[in-house]
Design a protein around this ligand. Structure first.
Ligand SMILES: Cc1ncc(COP(=O)(O)O)c(C=O)c1O
Length: 388
């Protein structure tokens, strides 16, 4: 009945069905998959959103790539991260997900392929499919830290491959792309005429001071590159719907890409005027929320580390950045049965490794956002179950 852009089966899986049934019965579930910062008891300044109410927003004068003041604010924020970009190379979107959609429209014909990391964020499967693009996984391999497996990238460099996606730090492995990896990827993209798409939504949330934080991929001039970010993570405001991309690479290709993106953006004009007008203030004050989220995830990670240390059969994998903790656990019953047992016995919801395409069982992935007391109690109970 509907197009092949949708998965053949859109029905919820057994875990989701059971979760919905328990909630309908009024059961309280501790959600260790919570990735929405506005539901995690983070204290937001009361007046953070006052800029959205400016009378200037009563006038509609859309610009496809975004208002100059908002693009300048994003450029200033990139400079804070160590990447001085030209505001003319910034494109505003309603979200990072929308940025992906525009880039697939820009770069790919139906049936073309993009390489995506594995393990990683499962939304890529849907985002690509909805734009009639095929996601081909390349591997991240764990050797004490997660590293790009270049042979798996080379295997994916076939005729219809148009782009390589990287997520840095990756969700949920928390691994940043290292400088040598970034250089090698830029070389590969330049050599094969591919674009590099770097998702940096979590780049501000460093958990390991030694992390090799590469945030300047859009400043090199060898390969067409796009770096993606947004308020959703950087200021913990997913409901405002403001994301962005920075376009870089060889100047002629970069400018051609900006011209084509202007046409795509003009067809949707999806970013609201109030959020664009408020962007300078939101980004200027965003550090207040960011620091609170940062403190929360560091506190929970430290707690997770000490709790996991009490269970020798489990291992907390190093997290360089991001909002997740990855715990390797004994594979006693399969991940499906494990997450279901946690829900049934402890009323705790976690993500199994297969949700993110981990190569082998068994992993449990927890969000580092929940309130510390709730988090510590639930993790302690979870470890009792998963450690066997
Ligand atoms: C790696 C990654 N990229 C993008 C997004 C989506 O961000 P946005 O809310 O800007 O669409 C997420 C959301 O969790 C994510 O984990």
């Amino acid at each position: 009945m509907f197009s092949s852009r949708l998965p053949p089966d859109v029905a919820p899986n057994a875990l989701t069905r059971r979760l919905e049934a328990l909630r309908a019965e009024g059961e309280r579930i501790v959600d260790l998959t919570e990735s929405n910062p506005t539901r995690a008891g983070i204290d937001y300044p009361d007046d953070l959103l006052t800029g959205l109410g400016t009378a200037a927003a009563l006038r509609y004068a859309p610009l496809p790539l975004g208002l100059r003041s908002a693009r300048e604010a994003v450029a200033a924020d990139q400079a804070r991260r160590g990447a001085g970009v030209d505001p003319a190379h910034v494109v505003l979107t309603a979200s990072t997900s929308e940025a992906y959609s525009w880039l697939f429209k820009l770069l790919c014909n139906p049936g073309d392929r993009v390489l995506v990391p594995r393990p990683s964020y499962p939304l890529f499967e849907h985002l690509t499919r909805l734009d009639a693009v095929e996601a081909v996984p390349y591997d991240l391999e764990y050797h004490g830290r997660w590293e790009v497996d270049f042979p798996s990238i080379e295997r994916g460099l076939v005729e219809r491959t148009r782009a390589i996606l990287v997520v840095s730090p990756n969700n949920p492995t928390g691994s940043y792309l290292s400088r040598p990896e970034a250089d090698r990827l830029v070389d590969l993209c330049a050599g094969h005429g591919l674009a590099l798409i770097a998702d940096e939504v979590f780049a501000d949330y460093t958990l390991d001071a030694r992390a090799d934080r590469v945030t300047d991929l859009a400043l090199q001039e060898r390969a067409l590159a796009f770096t993606l970010g947004g308020l959703s993570k950087s200021v913990g405001l997913p409901q405002l719907k403001l994301g962005w991309m920075v376009v870089g690479g060889p100047p002629a290709r970069r400018d051609a890409a900006l011209g084509a993106l202007e046409l795509i953006a003009d067809s949707y004009l999806s970013v609201s005027t109030p959020v664009q007008l408020a962007a300078p203030a939101l980004l200027g004050r965003g550090h207040v929320v960011r620091e609170r989220i940062q403190a929360r995830i560091r506190e929970n990670l430290a707690r997770l580390r000490s709790l996991v240390a009490m269970h020798p059969s489990c291992e907390l994998l190093p997290a360089e950045g991001g909002w997740s903790g990855v715990v390797r656990v004994p594979d006693l019953q399969g991940e499906d049965a494990l997450v279901m047992a946690l829900l049934e016995r402890e009323r705790i919801l976690v993500h199994p490794g297969y949700f993110f395409d981990f190569p082998r069982p068994a992993y449990v992935i927890v969000s580092l956002l929940p309130e510390p007391g709730v988090f510590a109690d639930a993790v302690a109970r979870m470890l009792q179950v998963v450690s066997g």
